[in-house]
Design a protein around this ligand. Sequence first.
Ligand code: ADP
Length: 210
Amino acid sequence: MIVILLGAPGSGKGSISNYLKEKHGFIHISTGDLFRKTVAQDTPLANKLKQIMLSGKLVDDDTTNEVVRQELLKINNPQAHIIFDGYPRNVNQLEYLNKLTKIDYAIDVQVDKAEIMKRITGRRVCPVCKEIYNIYYKKPKVENTCDKDGSLLTQRNDDQESVVVERYKTYMSLNEPLIKACQDLKIYHTIKNDRLDNAIKQVKDICNLQ
Ligand code: ADP
C-alpha cells in the first residue's frame, strides 16, 4: 500500500507517519528528513540544500525525484507499505511518483493556520529515533530529553518563525493544483488533525487498517 500525506508544514504529517511505521510496519519516506541528512554532510550539494531550506523554498524537482527514486530502489519490494511525508509537493512530483508506483491514497492533513505556528515553533525532535515532541502539547517526561532513548531533543533550524512564514507561503502556492491532480487520480481524502489520536483514526479508516 502506498500512501502520500499532503498538508501544511506543521500539520502533523511526521507524527502520523511515525505511528504508521511503528504500529503498521510502514516504511517512512520523508524527503525533508532525507535532505536534512544530506545537509549534515560537508559537500557542495549540502551547502546548496541548506540555503534553499533556510529560505523556505523547495529543492528542485529533479534532485527531489531522484532522491525518492533511490529510496524506492533500496526498498525494492512491490509489496511494501510505504508512507510518503512531504512528497510529492507539486504536480510535477506527483506525476513522477505516479509513474514509478501506484499510489493508493493521498491524505490531506488539515489544520487551522493559527494553530500551525504554535505547533512548529514548539516542535522538538529526537535526532536518533525521530520521535516528535512539542513543548506546549506533548512534553517529554524529562525536559528536552527523548522518552524513548534519552537523547537530547533538537529544534529544526527552519522552524524559526520567519522561515515558517515562507514555508507556509510556498505550500499555499502549490497546494490547489496538487489537490486537483490527486482528485483526478481518485486518490484524494481529507482529514482534520485537531488531535493526533483523531487524525490517526481517520487515516486508519481511509486505509482500512485495523
Ligand atoms: P515541512 O513540511 O514541515 O516544511 P519538511 O521536513 O517536509 O518540512 O521539509 C523541509 C524542507 O525540505 C522544505 O522546506 C524544502 O526546502 C525541502 N523539501 C522537503 N520535501 C521536499 C519536496 N518534496 N520537494 C522539494 N523540497 C522539499
